[in-house]
Design a protein around this ligand. Structure first.
Ligand code: MG
Length: 259
């Protein structure tokens, strides 16, 4: 196949999360949230008040669960920065003494980054990821993109940068930045466009992912799907029933499908 563009998913496609479990995810987020709250205390935005911190954590977790459920249903992303802004606003409305007039975007970004920092250290590229991207980037006619469903753009950028992988991508798109999640076809079309490719060229492009959101979205815009088999099964995983899917076990096998 004369491939014009290839788009990768991030989690379990290029990067792996060691021994994933619901408990481990929750523990990571719990630790991250405490770091974010500490910075609010350091900057004297929050007072040392156990009741306030308890309320902060409760409201944050409730809002996070709600926004995640909503994001799954509507495919609209609810960024972590917005989550922090919402929680601070609610606490202020509840009458807590919270010292800010305007919350700067930069500050919300810093909190979101801290919140996801534990998760950030758990994701590691697969052994074959770098060599595969390097080989693909040597094909001058090929454009390389990434689409990740993640509520914080900076977290994905950080993980690519700290592993020296950002250099291989022409385009890096996250649902946090775009506003919609895979499998919404708009995020695929937007990424292709940013890669310099037209809608009708989608059929000459490959989407490499590990789950239904990748396959269904790519199929909607007419891309070829390469499914990377995962060692772990997700809870409530959707079955993929799209025909003509190429299945691979290791990421370097995508090289066999590019001429
Ligand atoms: Mg994935």
């Amino acid at each position: 196949m004369n491939v014009k563009g290839i788009i990768f998913d991030f989690g379990f496609t290029l990067f792996s999360f060691e021994n994933p479990s619901v408990e481990k995810y929750f523990d990571c987020f719990k630790r991250g949230l405490l770091k974010s709250i500490d910075i609010l205390k350091d900057k004297d935005i929050l007072e040392e008040d156990d009741e306030l911190v308890k309320d902060f954590i409760n409201i944050f977790n409730k809002k996070r669960a709600n926004s995640f459920r909503l994001a799954m249903k509507t495919k609209d992303e609810f960024p972590t920065t917005l989550l922090f802004r919402t929680v601070l606003t609610i606490l202020k409305e509840k009458g807590y003494n919270i010292n800010y007039d305007i919350i700067e975007d930069e500050f919300l970004e810093e909190m979101a980054e801290l919140y996801h920092s534990c998760e950030e250290s758990e994701w590691k590229p697969f052994d074959e990821t770098k060599a595969t991207l390097e080989a693909l980037s040597n094909i001058s006619s090929l454009k390389i993109g990434l689409i990740s469903n993640h509520p914080n753009h900076k977290t994905i950028k950080n993980m690519l940068e700290s592993n020296n992988l950002d250099q291989f991508f022409n385009v890096i798109v996250t649902s946090a930045k775009f506003g919609k999640r895979k499998p919404n076809p708009d995020i695929f079309l937007y990424t292709l466009k940013k890669m310099g490719l037209e809608k009708h060229e989608a059929k000459d492009c490959i989407m490499v992912g590990d789950e239904a959101a990748d396959a269904v979205g790519a199929n909607r815009v007419g891309m070829q799907i390469v499914l990377k088999k995962r060692d772990y099964e997700f809870p409530y995983e959707r079955e993929i029933t799209i025909p003509n899917i190429i299945e691979i076990k290791s990421i370097n096998e995508v090289l066999n499908y590019i001429s």
